[in-house]
Design a protein around this ligand. Structure first.
Ligand SMILES: [Zn+2]
Length: 105
């Protein structure tokens, strides 16, 4: 279980959400990398009870994820997952997109 983010093959910038062109260097060649954990910066609860979080990875990339499992607070480190029912404890769920522009090598 992990989240998948784009990495520019030219400048190694990590990108989320996926881009067609790197906003840093303009290249269009990407690979995917797995992100295992992140730190919650902020949360917001939607009217239907779903909790969204801004999650910071090492290196500064920020993701928007759905929190699943138990409650979590800003400052807490949480595992990132692509499984919407990842089990006990707090998890940050990010679905995998299947239409990205990566070279799968
Ligand atoms: Zn780049």
């Amino acid at each position: 279980m992990s989240a998948v983010v784009q990495e520019c093959r030219n400048c190694r910038s990590l990108l989320f959400p996926a881009r067609l062109f790197c906003p840093v260097c303009g290249e269009d060649s990407f690979s995917t990398v797995a992100a295992e954990t992140g730190t919650i910066e902020q949360t917001t609860t939607l009217s239907d009870g779903i909790v969204l979080a801004t999650v910071a990875l090492d290196g500064g990339l920020r993701l928007i994820a759905r929190l699943t499992g138990s409650e979590a607070e800003p400052g807490q480190s949480v595992p990132l997952t692509n499984d919407p029912v990842a089990g006990s404890g707090a998890n940050a769920y990010i679905p995998i997109h299947t239409t990205l522009n990566e070279d799968q090598s």
